[in-house]
Design a binder for this molecule. Structure first.
Ligand SMILES: NC(=O)c1ccc[n+]([C@@H]2O[C@H](COP(=O)([O-])OP(=O)(O)OC[C@H]3O[C@@H](n4cnc5c(N)ncnc54)[C@H](OP(=O)(O)O)[C@@H]3O)[C@@H](O)[C@H]2O)c1
Length: 298
């Protein structure tokens, strides 16, 4: 990204990742003009409003933090998932192209289906097995078509942060309520804190050597959802009635891959893979925000 780029637009700026991107953009480029717009300021499904925002802001860089993330509900609402995850990013990428802006979009490990047993690099062919995964995959393709040569699509996994609903907060709430928790033990992921993900995004944007295209950006290592939950409880010394369950017995509406651990191959090859180990990162996060979340959920 050129040193002259100084007009940054974040859409979905109150989401987990959108919020963190806003904080880090402001701290890295304190002199930049930063437009952090949530749904109230810019509903990304309202294409007239989006056009007005682009015309007014004339951004050099656009980061899309919006998404339809309800994996199970998407099975019943394919049009909504398609609208937010495919049509909207296509439209934002097109608007970015028209004003010469770099476009950054986020995708998911769920663009991969079954068949993997070791970390999945960008070389592998996506084969989603859920409506959510298919809508995100289509979004990736449409972004790269609509702003070719000026878009980054960053696939991530299991995001958490100190705000909004996420797995960490849900587990803490359920434990505090004394609920019996059964968590899947045979689906493997790399839970990722939005903080290092936002940092790696900005590193990618400022690198002189990073080609546009698809990147994987998740924490190192892997765990099952069960191990993830168990680690949260042990770290916070929370008593939880936790037991493992097989995905076949869990009965979620949407199929999920049993192994969707990503390999950050592109970042590694470029020398930009600073993503931490998943457990260290979770520990850091809980040290900083664990007590706050516990008191908010009490
Ligand atoms: N969360 C995960 O575990 C996960 C995993 C893999 C990939 N990803 C991807 O990572 C990216 C960031 O996810 P996240 O966890 O930060 O999501 P998030 O916290 O759910 O935030 C999504 C944001 O999108 C906004 N939004 C939804 N519809 C909108 C609309 N019509 N107009 C404007 N804003 C709208 C929401 O606004 P409201 O606050 O008004 O609802 C919310 O602020 C997404 O592309 C997601 O698919 C996430």
């Amino acid at each position: 990204m050129s040193e002259l780029c100084r007009r940054f637009l974040v859409l979905g700026a109150h989401g987990q990742l959108g919020h963190e991107l806003g904080l880090q953009l402001a701290s890295r480029w304190p002199d930049a003009e930063l437009y952090l717009l949530g749904r109230a300021e810019c509903d990304v499904t309202d294409f007239d409003q989006v056009a007005e925002v682009f015309a007014e802001v004339q951004p050099d860089l656009v980061l899309n933090g919006t998404a339809y993330n309800a994996v199970d509900l998407a099975e019943d609402e394919p049009d909504e998932a398609f609208r937010l995850n495919a049509m909207v990013p296509a439209h934002l990428a097109l608007n970015s192209a028209l004003c010469g802006a770099t476009f950054v979009h986020y995708s998911t490990d769920y663009v991969f289906g079954e068949g993997f047993t070791s970390p999945i690099s960008e070389m592998e062919v996506a084969s989603p097995n859920s409506v959510y995964g298919k809508s995100k995959r289509l979004g990736e393709e449409l972004v790269l078509q609509n702003n070719p040569g000026n878009s980054f699509v960053i696939r991530c996994c299991g995001l958490y942060g100190e705000r909004r609903a996420n797995f960490v907060r849900t587990m803490i709430r359920c434990a505090l309520q004394g609920r019996k928790l059964t968590v899947v033990e045979d689906q493997f992921i790399s839970p990722t804190w939005v903080r290092p993900l936002a940092t790696v995004t900005l590193d990618l944007l400022t690198s002189d050597h990073a080609p546009y295209g698809i990147y994987h950006a998740v924490t190192q290592g892997q765990c099952s959802w069960y191990e993830y939950a168990d680690t949260i409880f042990k770290s916070l010394n929370l008593d939880a009635d936790l037991s493992p369950v097989l995905q076949a017995d869990w009965g979620a509406k949407a199929p999920r891959p049993s192994y969707s651990v990503l390999d950050n191959m592109q970042l590694r090859v470029l020398g930009l893979d600073t993503m931490p180990d998943w457990k260290d990162s979770l520990e850091d996060f809980l040290t900083q925000y664990g007590e706050q979340i516990v008191s908010e959920e009490k």
